[in-house]
Design a protein around this ligand. Structure first.
Ligand code: WTA
Length: 698
């Protein structure tokens, strides 16, 4: 439904006068070349340009009346309640879970450290499974699973509970104990949520490693977490090919001394070398196990899982999430943002290997007794309508996916969704990167049939759950804006000096007080945690690393990362990590990685590479370097463009000037180069890029 610029949202901060543009778009003072934050503003202003260019889309979308009438949140009193007493409000959300014993305190905050629901005990798998089965909901479908080759499995809550118990007992039988870490390297098969919940049941923390990561990435994550057991599969299907998971795992394990056992799920079949005494098949391990397993009573602050994400250095961060606060907030946000009713068929099309899958495929939806869909493979296999075929078949009511996927659907054309009946859908969601208004409108129109609200949800691995988002029954939507902080969340936008920039201004997105699902630390490196998230404006202010603007209605517009983290096809990658991988190649002397905007993947990776003498920057060399990065990190990190240069632009103190390289990569006029030690090199690179020489594009 379309509305005129005036709207009826009762949220106090929201008085939409749309189309007024951005007042005060001046360049904040922190942009001076050579300043410590050089680049911050450059990135913010880049994003501003994009957003402004796209703001020609000026419509405001009110919640459709029939949606609002049936929505869980129908008026904005929830914001007022949460602001009046956020601890009481979160405690109310926590009460929706089942606790073995109640907490003593809701929040204990000694900035930056926080505890939620201290003294309370619970078990995440009990909350996701047992309590629903005990209440008579065992027959409800937990997951409709579809394999890429076409197999189907329907798994009820009762089935899932039994399978989790069997596997939990199996894990115990090979020595896994409360407090251990278990690494999981699987594709999107039902055994993945089973493995996570089995760990949670016995109090072992899981560390899921996305199946697209390389053997080396897996090795580093296993070693950092000191994992005792690895759960993998013989393979996974992707675009008709087999991803050799066990083979990759075997490669990693030559250098993983902490691993005592490897459990392998049979998915693709075929022979695999088995290491006697270490390796065991999943089906053999669970075969004789009882389908009952007492859940451990976990403290609210006990570790639930680790999930590694890229930071600004080469070493990924093991983000640590604990049990009580995390589960409280993923359940609450899932229920209220996706407006979950008993008859919904909810589909989050992310991979469980990322935080979106942890929070919104596994823990949130199962805690809410929701029916979900899991699809194993690629969206264009065997054809580009695969997702729409699945949505039609299971009568999906809610779809949650990423802008990069939406842009791919747009490129493939409207004929693919048009072939299917998508009338069951009633709500759409987006996550992972800023959604450009054009993609938003396309999604709303061609997937949502102009009837489904689109919730653009901002959050991070570290935040555990969604923090900035519409509530679909009450929030007037502006395409491209994640709208407003979730009830109970206190956000702000600060300038370089730490002052709130007020409405209309842009700067650093920060959170001013803790929320229950905030990451508690970086595994093994608390100093890095403090430094990364609380180092800039003091220990009571969480710095997200994203730039943001608020318009005059207090709506948030996310502007992308302002640090050296890129967001490529919804995956977080650090420029430094890719540079290290490139320099690791024997031909490479030096490398600098930047990104440029890309229609499909959001940010495309561009690498400027200087080769050692004796090597030539040929097409073959570019291919070799791309493959090298894929081996070191994973295919998701392969540079899109490689530009060979004789030198890289540097300041007199020897720092590579990425800002200039970004300008070159984006084909922009070059700014001031007077601070460079080797100004002539920029012109050379520029000319080379313009003429297409020395560059390999993929
Ligand atoms: C970006 C994914 C704009 C942002 C859940 C953040 C977004 C990073 C949005 C976290 C959104 C995520 N609008 N940007 N709706 N959602 N981001 O840890 O830059 O993989 O910092 O978590 O993705 O990525 P992560």
């Amino acid at each position: 439904m379309l509305s005129s610029p005036r709207h009826g949202c009762k949220y106090p901060a929201c008085h939409l006068r749309h189309g007024a543009g951005w007042p005060g778009l001046g360049r904040p003072p922190y942009d001076a070349p050579g300043s410590p934050n050089e680049g911050v503003l450059v990135k913010v202003s880049d994003a501003e340009r994009n957003i402004e260019a796209l703001l020609s889309e000026e419509r405001v979308f009110e919640p459709p009346e029939d949606f609002r009438a049936r929505a869980i949140v129908r008026d904005d009193s929830i914001y007022e309640r949460a602001d009046a007493d956020h601890e009481a409000y979160w405690a109310e959300q926590a009460e929706r879970l089942s606790w073995f014993s109640r907490w003593d305190t809701v929040m204990e905050w000694t900035p930056p450290w926080v505890k939620w629901f201290a003294g309370g005990t619970l078990n995440a798998s009990y909350n996701c499974l047992d309590r629903h089965v005990e209440a008579g909901g065992g027959d409800k479908v937990a997951f409709h699973w579809e394999g890429e080759p076409g197999e189907e499995r329907t798994i009820t809550y009762a089935d899932l509970l039994q399978e989790v118990c069997r596997f939990a007992n199996g894990l115990r039988s090979i020595g896994v104990q409360k407090g251990d870490r278990v690494a999981i390297y699987l594709g999107m098969i039902p055994e993945l949520p089973v493995a996570m919940l089995a760990c949670a049941r016995i109090g072992a923390a899981h560390s899921v490693v996305f199946g697209g990561f390389s053997a080396e990435s897996l090795r580093d994550r296993i070693n950092d977490a000191d994992a005792k057991v690895l759960i993998t599969a013989d393979g996974g299907y992707r675009r008709g090919q087999v991803v050799p998971l066990k083979q990759n795992a075997d490669e990693s394990l030559t250098e993983c001394p902490s691993i005592e056992h490897v459990v392998t799920v049979r998915r693709t079949g075929g022979d695999h070398p088995f290491t006697p005494g270490r390796d065991v098949w999943y089906h053999e391990l669970v075969a004789d196990q009882p389908a009952v397993c007492e859940p451990e009573h976990m403290e609210a602050e006990d570790l639930l899982y680790l999930l590694y994400t890229s930071g600004t250095t080469g070493k990924p961060k093991g983000i640590a999430h604990t049990t009580g606060g995390y589960l409280t907030q993923v359940a609450a946000t899932h229920r209220l943002i996706f407006d979950i009713h008993d008859d919904d068929v909810y589909w989050c099309a992310a991979d469980i290997g990322w935080v979106t899958g942890h929070s919104y495929i596994v823990y949130g939806p199962l805690a809410n007794h929701t029916t979900g869909i899991i699809y194993e493979g690629a969206p264009d296999w065997p054809d580009k309508d695969r997702l729409w075929q699945i949505a039609e078949k299971y009568r999906a009511t809610i779809l949650y996916t990423a802008p990069t996927a939406i842009r791919a659907f747009m490129r493939w054309g409207t004929e693919y969704p048009a072939k299917h009946d998508l009338s069951s859908l009633r709500l759409l969601g987006s996550v992972g990167e800023p959604i450009n208004p054009e993609a938003w409108i396309w999604y709303w129109k061609y997937i949502g049939g102009e009837r489904c609200p689109v919730v653009d949800t901002w959050w991070q691995t570290e935040t555990g759950a969604i923090l900035i988002t519409p509530l679909p029954g009450i929030t007037a939507l502006k395409p491209g804006s994640a709208t407003l902080p979730f009830p109970g969340i206190l956000a702000d936008v600060l300038d370089e000096q730490g002052h709130s920039v007020g409405l209309g201004g842009g700067g650093y997105l920060v959170l001013k007080r803790p929320w229950p699902s905030i990451a508690r630390t970086i595994w093994g490196d608390p100093d890095r945690y403090v430094q990364t998230y609380f180092g800039k404006f003091g220990t009571d202010t969480y710095v997200a690393g994203d730039g943001a603007k608020r318009d005059e209605d207090a709506y948030y517009w996310l502007l992308g990362r302002i640090d050296d983290v890129m967001n490529v096809a919804g995956h977080r990658l650090s420029t430094y990590e890719i540079e290290s991988a490139l320099v690791d190649n024997q031909k490479v002397a030096e490398a600098a990685v930047v990104s440029r905007p890309d229609d499909l993947v959001g940010e495309a990776i561009v690498a400027f590479v200087t080769l050692k003498s004796g090597f030539e920057g040929t097409e073959g060399a570019a291919t070799e370097l791309r493959d090298h990065v894929a081996t070191k990190i994973g295919k998701i990190a392969r540079p899109h463009g490689i530009i060979f240069t004789n030198d890289l632009p540097k300041t007199r103190s020897g720092k590579i000037m990425r800002r200039l390289l970004r300008d070159v990569a984006r084909g922009r006029p070059l700014g001031d180069v007077t601070t460079l030690a080797n100004a002539e090199v920029v012109e050379q690179i520029h000319t080379m890029v313009e003429s297409g020489a020395g560059s390999g594009e993929e």
